[in-house]
Design a protein. Structure first.
Length: 133
């Protein structure tokens, strides 16, 4: 099941040609992942402060298919692609209506917030993720 987050393209998101700058697609994807976790009941600052974990991007693979432009209303979908003991992979797509703008898979590592060493994803979060799929 995919979580969908709406994004409006602002002037600051575009390059000199009025097209969304390629790195900003990754920002849109990050926001959608954060909102997905929030919708599941998990705030990232609370995970850091209370569980002692943070998620860091380990790998990002993205295909750019069609340009987004200033003032476009797009949707970023996020769904769990794969789950390990200390990592998550998300499949994400950016759409403008029926037009696929970009798609990718982002792999996150769960790490200790102080040492940045891999740690197991908390059980409560694993259960919530399993219910969401």
């Amino acid at each position: 099941m995919a979580f969908v987050w709406p994004v409006r393209v602002y002037w600051e998101d575009t390059d000199a040609g009025g097209v969304v700058y390629y790195a900003n697609y990754l920002k849109f994807m990050e926001r959608a992942r954060s909102e997905w976790l929030r919708a599941l009941g998990f705030e990232q600052d609370v995970l850091r402060d209370e569980a002692g974990i943070v998620f860091v991007v380990r790998r990002a693979e993205i295909d750019y298919l069609s340009p987004a432009r200033f003032n476009d209303q797009i949707e970023v979908s996020t769904r769990l692609h794969d789950m390990g003991r200390a990592s998550l992979s998300m499949k994400q797509e950016l759409m403008r209506g029926s037009v696929r703008l970009a798609e990718g898979v982002v792999t996150l590592a769960c790490v200790d917030a102080l040492r940045f060493k891999p740690v197991k994803i908390p059980e409560a979060l694993l259960q919530a993720l399993a219910r969401a799929t």
